[in-house]
Each structure stands twice: as C-alpha cells, then as structure tokens.
Design a binder for this molecule. Sequence first.
Ligand code: SF4
Length: 362
Amino acid sequence: MSLKYIREYRDGTLAKGLLGEIERLGVKDCNFMEVCGTHTMSIFRYGIKNVLPDSIRLMTGPGCPVCVTAQKDIDAFITFARDKEFIVSTFGDLMKVPGSSSSLQREKSQGADVRIVYSVFDSLNIAYENPEKQVVFCAVGFETTTPTVAATILAALEKKCANFSIYSAHKLTPPALAALMETDGVKIDGFILPGHVSVITGTQGYADVFEKYGIPSVIAGFEPVDILKAVLMLSKQVKAGRPVLENAYERAVLPEGNIRARQVMDQVFTVENSVWRGIGEIPDSGMVLKDEYRAFDAAEKFGMEVKEAKEPAGCACGAILMGLQTPEECRLYNTACTPEHPVGPCMVSSEGACAAYYKYKR
Ligand code: SF4
C-alpha cells in the first residue's frame, strides 16, 4: 500500500479493507498497546476501538509526556514559579497539572510569571528580553523534544546567556517498554510504537527491547489507515507466532532515525534513572545535562531541593499508563475528576487517556 496524500490515510474504503483483513485473520484475545498519547487521541477521534473485533483490545501506554512526569517534578516547577526572581516557561499542557498543593495555572492567576511557549527557543528569547530575571524552562518530553532542548542549550552557551536554565524531566521510550514487560500483571501482545519518537530513534532504537522480549512491534503513523495497518501487521505476527520489529511509518521513519538529532541530544544530555508517575523509577530512562552543561541545570544552579511527593489519592494514572486499567475504572473519573477540575495529569493533557475518554467516549 503506497499512499501519497493525507486524505488517502483517512479514506473510508481503505480503512474498511484493512478492517476486513483484520477480521478474517480472527486473532484471539489480543492486547495491543499504543505507546503514544497521540495515537490514543487518534484512536478515539476516529472511533477505531469501536470498529475493531472484540478480540482485539487497544490499551493506552506511557507515551504522554505530561502524564508520566513525576509529582515531585511538577512541585519543583511550582516552587520556581512562586519565586519572584523567576519566569517559568512551559508548554501549555503542563499548566493545569495539579502538583501537591497548586498548579502552574493557579500560581499564574496569583501573580506568578508563568509563560506558555510553543518552542523552547521562545524561552531563550524570553531570557534575552528579561536579563534581570532568571528564566526556567520546564523540560518534559521524550526523544522527540529532547534534541531541540539540547540545541537550545548549545545556543544559550554560545550567546553566554546566563539567565536561562532548564529543569530536565526528559524521558526515554525504550526503557519504559522494557519496564512494562517486566511488570507483573501487564499483558501485552504487541506494541504500536510511537511515530514521532521513532523519527528520532529509528527502527533500531527498539532493537534491544525487541531482542530481549521478542514481542510483536510496529511503528505507526497517526492517521486512521496508519493505525489500522499497524493493527493488521501486529495481528499477522500474532497469528503466525513470529514476532517482528516492523516500520509501518516509512514516509517519516528511517531505520537509523535522525542521527544528527541524536548526536546533539547525546552531546548535551546523559542517561540517568528517572521516576515515572505511577510506575516508579525506571533504570536509564531519564536524560539529564552533562557536567559541562550543568550551568544550565536549574535544580543545581539554584539549589532546588526536590522532595518526594505523593500522587493524588485515588488517581489511577499509573495503572492506566501501564495498561492495567481504563479511565472508566478509576472511581474519580467524571465525578471528582473532569477536565475543568482534573485530579491527575491524564485528565489534563491533550494526549492523556482520561481526557480522550472524556472527550470522545462519553
Ligand atoms: Fe487520575 Fe482523573 Fe484519570 Fe482518575 S480520571 S486516573 S483521577 S486523571
């Protein structure tokens, strides 16, 4: 199937053809995890769950960057915002995420200088324009985001911008997949791998996880035909009993990924253990600044004491991010927790599973 235009990836006839093939294969009782939050949103937007056979269950995974950011890191962002010395800059999704006692949005409403940016480079410009203030960027996200943040650090170094720094809560995707495979009770028969992340990592980025766990894995784009094609490829692998690491997003993802982006990322960041919301610490799953760039590490520069923090009582985000529960199984869903009054990040983020259920499934 070689398609050229976006409308073809949304074509109902093509989608029906793929569905027919999936149905004819007749795989039994399969859990496929869409790792990426953007996939989750597409799956709901196009009603894909509703048209798949009952024997194929799509589960949300840990691929929403805001959702997996640990409570202690949200609290750290809020601590910076409360200090008049700082301008905190962030992507919009983080604004409403509740910390232990507040949110960036609430702090902003009470006078804190919190600014929404669309690119980390905008944060650097804010620093240039406000030399009397310290500008801290809330750096969350996966391999897709980290190279741009790294490039910004290099630009800040070159320009000797002393009032810009980041608080890094960056995460890596493959270690999270490995952690899921090691978690008791998690039953995954195949991964729909994230398209955006894979543009950077390439197919090769998952080779170690695939080699170790031998689980069917397909990199997918975000249109309905992309997703159905990935489900079909996974179903074929399951039916044949032969796991393969495949790329169904060839128009964007190369086997080797974006080498230059990874070079920049590896120049500036180094790998460290990282705490994921609801999942806990995953070895080698975080990215922190290398020693030579520590002048841009906000936590170190300002002696931020990052304290452990409890996640909101009753919030099942962790279980949802591991595919162990659905949002509707959380007792707070659509009662105490709504997009207007979110309890956990999965209800806030535009890529959050609870937000997707609330928007499309109700
Ligand atoms: Fe957490 Fe709200 Fe989702 Fe429940 S519905 S898991 S409280 S975000």
